[in-house]
Design a protein around this ligand. Structure first.
Ligand code: ATP
Ligand code: MN
Length: 464
């Protein structure tokens, strides 16, 4: 007999009649005439109500050992439910206790647990409603990302995880070495990495962008979607040491084209989540930490006009706002979250691209504008969050790029291959980056980034 997932039942795809369902017990209520079990298999927000005649022998034999968290496999007759609020119930004909969960020891009882408590039990927390919902949304979002790019002819690119190139000279790289820390070979007092596994100082990637550029300058449109690492010692609710990043890169594309793709991308992914994960979103919106505006915000982003504003204009708007910000506004500063929130939440009341930032606060690879002061960069700001996407047109002119690298103290020889892309068949190109977990926080209304990735890594913690 076919084993069915509970989701198939609730979506009405499973015909009434005989079927087999397997899952874990949420609640078990016994009485003289009838017993009820709510079973969940993680395929849906909703569990399935099992209706059992207590005299059923396969049930009676194990009833005392059925408790929250134990695993069951049951055969029964699927029927429309007469009870209010639930459409289907399974009248059990045969029940098998697959795996017990000693109620004296099982840490997840049916009452709700705090997210802090669940973070101590990363291996069991997927059984909670909240983490289950977030995990299904994460999966749907990842699929939507691939669908968006694949439908537009982008090539999925796997960039290296171990590298000897530090993308932005950020110095936040985890080192990768096989040298013996207790017995380091030294030259002039420094570790001799020429004796190391890769013959040079290596680390875990902080971004796949530069490598993506090399493939865009051959395959035209590519995207990466992979793990990224930052050894930043910032114990915040927005930073992980290991996170996932999505970085499309497009040849023959300028800042305008970049913004068009970024907007279409964000709208498409959110739309798909609204369509596929409606129950999850409604559930998450009812959590006690939610301001109950999740679905409304996401729906409004999808329907919004995306405004565009020059950095210069943004600074003027902030100066004229009459607000006293914690970080005072002046030209040349990087916009802080409070500034971004004012611009998007209160000023334009919708998504907003801020473009043409001063070159001093942006990376060396961003294309210098004709004013020689600003670069063709864009940040996409959304209500309730601020920056969600950052991107730019890349500097495709060899000499300008070299000049910028020198200004910023980067070594030409470290970037010889990157400069080669500007020597041979160089073209205007552009791209952007989206931190997947930051995006997930936005669409799930989870306030701690550690709750939107299955096994978070952060300072002092990489267990499981
Ligand atoms: P922040 O100022 O928030 O630390 P950043 O300026 O260091 O971000 P970028 O270097 O531009 O970020 O990285 C691109 C994107 O990757 C960011 O917009 C963000 O979504 C995500 N990101 C950066 N650092 C982290 C991190 N430690 N954990 C999770 N996501 C991150
Ligand atoms: Mn950072």
């Amino acid at each position: 007999m076919n084993q069915v997932r509970i989701r198939e039942i609730h979506t009405g795809r499973q015909p009434l009649g005989e079927c087999r369902v397997s899952g874990w017990v949420r609640t078990h209520r016994q009485s003289k005439n009838v017993s009820f079990i709510e079973l969940t298999d993680g395929s849906s927000m909703r569990g399935l109500q099992l209706v059992i005649d207590p005299s059923l022998s396969s049930y009676a034999a194990v009833a005392a050992r059925i408790s929250t968290g134990c695993a069951l496999s049951v055969k029964g007759n699927l029927q429309q439910s007469p009870a209010k609020g639930q459409c289907f119930e399974l009248h059990v004909q045969e029940l098998q206790l697959v795996g017990e969960a000693d109620p004296e020891k099982y840490p997840l009882q049916k009452k709700g647990h705090s997210l802090e408590f669940l973070r101590e039990l990363l291996h069991l927390r997927p059984r909670s409603n909240t983490i289950g919902a977030v995990t299904r949304i994460r999966s749907a979002a990842a699929m939507a990302v691939h669908r968006f790019f694949q439908d537009r002819g982008f090539v999925y690119l796997h960039t290296p995880i171990i590298t000897t190139a530090d993308c932005e000279g950020a110095g936040e790289m985890f080192k990768v070495t096989t040298l013996d820390a207790a017995n380091l070979p030294l030259v002039e007092g420094k570790p001799d990495y020429s004796q190391d596994f890769f013959g040079a100082e290596a680390g875990l990637t902080v971004s796949g962008q530069l490598e993506a550029e090399s493939y865009a300058c051959a395959l035209s449109n590519v995207y990466t979607f992979g793990p990224t690492f930052r050894a930043e010692n910032s114990n915040t609710t927005r930073h992980l040491a290991e996170f996932w990043m999505i970085e499309p890169e497009m040849a023959f594309c300028d800042l305008q084209g970049d913004m068009e793709v970024a907007q279409a991308f964000l709208v498409a992914i959110i739309k798909e989540i609204l369509e596929r994960c409606g129950e999850e979103l409604e559930f998450l919106e009812q959590r006690e930490w939610s301001d109950k505006k999740l679905v409304a915000t996401l729906s409004s982003v999808v329907a919004s006009r995306f405004e565009v504003m020059d950095y210069k204009e943004a600074v003027a708007v902030l100066e004229q706002s009459g607000r006293s910000f914690e970080f005072p506004v002046r030209w040349g500063m990087d916009l802080q979250a409070e500034h971004e929130r004012y611009l998007t939440d209160e000023y334009v009341k919708g998504p907003l691209f801020v473009i043409n930032y001063p070159k001093e606060i942006k990376a060396f690879y961003m294309r210098l504008n004709d004013d020689q002061q600003s670069v063709s960069a864009m940040d996409l700001l959304v209500p309730r969050l601020g920056e969600i996407i950052g991107g730019s047109q890349r500097e495709e002119r060899h000499d300008v790029l070299l000049q910028r690298m020198r200004e910023m103290g980067l070594k030409e020889e470290d970037y010889w291959w990157y400069l080669d892309l500007r020597r041979y068949g160089t073209v205007p190109h552009a791209g952007f980056g989206l931190g997947f977990e930051r995006f997930l926080m936005y669409v799930t209304d989870m306030h701690n980034i550690r709750d939107v990735i299955p096994f978070p890594r952060y300072p002092g913690y990489a267990r499981f």
